[in-house]
Ligand binder design. Structure first.
Ligand code: HAM
Length: 427
């Protein structure tokens, strides 16, 4: 026998039973984002590698070791997008969106790729819902985005939510702070893990994320960034916090909050769920006031977030498994004898087209008894039996009656459904 084919490591299939919850999440997210004025954006799944090297940052884990990069036939280097902000900024510049009234608000949904060690909630292909507001540094955008994500996660029923918030100030503050932090790390080099020690120059901020006990002890006395914010940045941050208080969104200030991407300035935040294991981050983001310019566009502030679709679904109660189930009120067309197959086929299409109902047709050659059992398992409300004539069976009460033709069948279905609804309402 040929070797079994499997989906690549760190990827997964979405089967119909999961499809419904995903579609629901997408509907809720789009309603909330559209309601706040975020229009839909779709960018390519792969981009020039340079976009991420410049946008996400050469020193980040993502660019250093997690990108799926390949050459096209002309030898150009392309990369499967590891995140969506760089692509959104590229599109903003490329299509001259800076000429529109600002801010320009965008949202997206789709697959992203990172070559990470797979585990529960961490995949190599995963999906994100994201939102970006470009062209204004108004603190109400930072707050609005956090309020939208908080409401979305709450509506989806994500349990044990917490929100961490901090500010990284401007590029200069970050750079000066980086120097002081490097000095602190060097002074305590012997107690650091090898990995942190090797990255003192490249990315000292990542030391805050380390689980190594020695490194953690060193970080307890490390200088903290939010204490050094410039006056405008401190005021901006105070404004964001006041707006979140106004909206009754609870947060914890975390001066060690470091995000894994280099483009952040000012506000950064992260939502975690206690319902998840080690990979507890459901969504995060922040402000990136230098990114558009860094990518060759006009100086343009921006702020946004992305949330993991799979992590949101993992952190919510799965609905009762409904594998292959239909929606109540639906119809199953059974074939009583082989000569009735054509009639059953056209009747099925007629019912679908004219009633908008979900209609299933027997398509696996079962006996009539087998078909009725199958219809019951699917949860069909009505079964139409196509033989020499047409019969309509009520799967709830068990009544069966003959109907002359498809016109009468349509009428009967509507009448019976209306009766059933009235009965239920009276109850
Ligand atoms: P991020 O924190 O790297 O931010 O990713 C956002 C979310 O994507 C995470 O909170 C997590 O839920 C999900 N996620 C990330 N990696 C994986 C993975 N390997 N498997 C499953 N889920 C994952 C960004 O991507 C920024 N672009 C967010 C942003 C937008 N900042 C400003 N605007």
């Amino acid at each position: 026998m040929a070797a079994k084919l499997k989906a690549p490591r760190g990827t997964f299939d979405v089967l119909p039973e999961d499809g419904e919850r995903r579609a629901h999440l997408r509907t809720v997210a789009e309603r909330r984002l559209a309601g706040a004025g975020y229009g839909y954006l779709e960018t390519p799944v792969f981009e020039d590698t340079d976009l991420f090297a410049r946008g996400v940052g050469e020193s980040t884990d993502i660019v250093q070791k997690e990108m799926f990069t390949f050459e096209d036939k002309a030898g150009r280097s392309l990369t499967l997008r590891p995140e969506g902000t760089a692509g959104a900024c590229r599109a903003y510049i490329e299509h001259g969106l800076h000429k529109l009234p600002q801010p320009v608000k965008l949202h997206y949904w789709g697959p992203f790729f990172r070559h990470e060690a797979p585990q529960a909630g961490r995949y190599r292909q995963f999906n994100q819902i994201g939102a970006e507001a470009l062209g204004s540094d108004d603190p109400s955008l930072d707050a609005e985005l956090i309020v939208v994500l908080s409401g979305l996660l709450a509506e989806m029923g994500v349990g044990g939510l917490s929100l961490k918030l901090s500010s990284l100030g401007d590029a200069e503050t970050r750079q000066e702070y980086g120097q002081d932090l490097r000095a602190h790390l060097r002074a305590n080099e012997a107690r650091l893990s090898d990995e942190v020690r090797a990255r003192i120059d490249l990315n000292p901020l990542r030391a805050f994320d380390s689980d190594d006990p020695g490194t953690r002890a060193v970080m307890e006395t490390a200088p903290l960034l939010p204490e050094r914010l410039k006056r405008e940045d401190a005021e901006h941050f105070a404004d964001v916090r006041a707006l979140l208080d106004e909206a009754a969104v609870r947060y914890v200030l975390d001066p060690t909050l470091i995000r894994g991407l280099d483009y952040y300035t000012r506000t950064v935040f992260e939502f975690a769920s206690a319902a998840l294991g080690a990979q507890s981050g459901v969504g995060g983001g922040g402000r990136y006031d230098m990114l558009v310019e860094q990518l060759g566009g006009p100086a343009t502030p921006g702020v946004g977030w992305a949330a993991g679709v799979e992590r949101i679904l993992l952190a919510t109660e799965p609905a009762e498994s409904r594998r292959g189930a239909l929606v109540p009120g639906d119809v199953y067309v059974a074939v009583a004898k082989p000569e009735a197959r054509r009639r059953a086929f056209s009747l099925t299409w007629d019912l679908r087209r004219r009633t908008g109902r979900t209609v299933s047709l027997e398509q696996a050659g079962r006996s009539l008894k087998g078909q009725l059992k199958h219809a019951d398992r699917l949860g069909a409300r009505w079964v139409v039996i196509a033989g020499d004539d047409l019969e309509l069976k009520d799967m709830r009460g068990g009544d069966q009656q003959s109907v002359g033709d498809s016109e009468e069948l349509l009428r009967k279905l509507d009448e019976l459904d209306a009766e059933a609804t009235t009965l239920e309402e009276e109850r």
